[in-house]
Unconditional design. Structure first.
Length: 255
């Protein structure tokens, strides 16, 4: 008992003496007091660096978003150009057969798929207990309009299929789409949208008879793409473009 009391006994002098933690804290504040200017400068530098990084990331994301939007609009313009071109070339003899429109007056011919759909749809055309004659007529008209739109889209797709590998001057025949894609490629050169734009341009030139020009776009993507999958597609496309250009020796390493 005596030894325990002796070991746990703290005198007043010991209680007043600063411990190691207090000494460490006091020394830290002493150093800060002596070097407060350097401390503030360092803190300011850290804050400025953080702000610069945040501004850079925000600007980068903003540019990426603008690039994606630009690429989306460019693809829309290209699709519009292709559809307009397909419509101009639609009924050239031997290209795409004329298909009569589907409407109540003409009773245009239906293929098997459309006939099956029509048969199922007719079962639903009967008046419902809660419908007025005007509502029934409107529902039938809406269904007819939807079928006409679907049929028109099938015709457009068949027309586009004719154009898929037809040689023509892409700058002349697809002016808005090609110009918009090139703008994305140049304005947002470091973005993935620019990679996609160049690949689309390369495919357009390749599919429509200008493999030499296509090779230039594919090589650009292969050299600067960051993602392995983009590089793989670009090198493969470059190989085919060089082969189609008659540059067989150059094509072999690309595959």
């Amino acid at each position: 008992m005596a030894s325990l009391s002796t070991e746990s006994h703290l005198d007043r002098k010991s209680l007043k003496a600063p411990d190691a933690f207090q000494d460490s804290v006091r020394s830290i504040f002493d150093v800060l007091a002596e070097n407060w200017r350097q401390f503030l400068m360092g803190l300011g530098a850290v804050l400025l660096t953080a702000l610069a990084v945040a501004f850079f990331l925000k600007t980068k994301e903003s540019n990426q978003a603008a690039a994606r939007d630009g690429h989306f609009l460019a693809e829309q313009k290209l699709d519009k150009d292709l559809r307009a071109l397909a419509a101009r070339w639609a009924f050239v003899p031997g290209e795409v057969p004329a298909v009569p429109p589907l409407n109540a007056e003409s009773g245009g011919a239906l293929d098997d798929e459309e006939a099956d759909s029509q048969a199922g749809s007719d079962k639903d055309d009967a008046a419902r207990p809660d419908e007025t004659p005007a509502q029934v007529a409107k529902r039938k008209a809406d269904k007819l309009k939807a079928r006409e739109k679907e049929r028109e889209e099938k015709i457009v797709q068949s027309q586009l299929a004719v154009l898929a590998y037809k040689p023509f001057d892409v700058e002349k025949e697809l002016p808005a789409g090609v110009a918009a894609l090139k703008e994305v490629s140049g304005k947002y050169a470091g973005s993935h949208a620019a990679i996609e734009a160049d690949m689309t341009l390369g495919q357009l030139y390749y599919n429509h008879g200008r493999p030499e020009e296509a090779a230039r776009f594919f090589k650009s993507v292969a050299d600067r793409a960051q993602r392995d999958i983009d590089k793989a597609f670009a090198w493969s496309a470059l190989g085919y473009a060089l082969e189609a250009s008659g540059k067989y020796a150059d094509a072999i390493p690309a595959f």
